[in-house]
Ligand binder design. Structure first.
Ligand SMILES: [Zn+2]
Length: 114
């Protein structure tokens, strides 16, 4: 990804040979945001999507929750938006009681789990 980012910069500079330093910097900043978003997506999703070997218990009634699938959600970070995937559980007894098991990596990003 970093190599691709550099190639993108070179390609952009080839097409804008008269660009000022500030214009190059502005393009580099756009490229950096994309690179960061891709890298963080790969890092966090690759490590922990919240799927647990045993389904968690409902916080309200203690019933074992059911795995419903994966839901996409987005963390708005300093370097752009990062699309993530989280495992999603629901309680069969309590209607509407849902759980996205918090992943330590995702939590550290400060995103809402809602
Ligand atoms: Zn419940």
């Amino acid at each position: 990804m970093a190599v691709q980012t550099f190639e993108n910069l070179e390609h952009w500079y080839d097409e804008h040979p008269d660009a000022s330093f500030g214009e190059i910097e502005a393009d580099a900043r756009r490229q950096r945001r994309q690179l960061m978003s891709q890298a963080l997506t790969l890092l966090i999703n690759g490590r922990d999507v919240g799927l647990q070997p045993e389904a968690p218990n409902c916080e309200s009634c203690g019933q074992v929750m059911q795995f419903e699938g994966y839901r996409p959600w987005t963390v708005k970070g300093l370097e752009g938006d990062t699309p993530l995937t989280r495992a999603y559980y629901v309680c069969p007894r309590c209607s509407g009681e849902t759980l996205f098991p918090p992943g330590s990596q995702a939590e550290a990003a400060g995103g809402s789990l809602e």
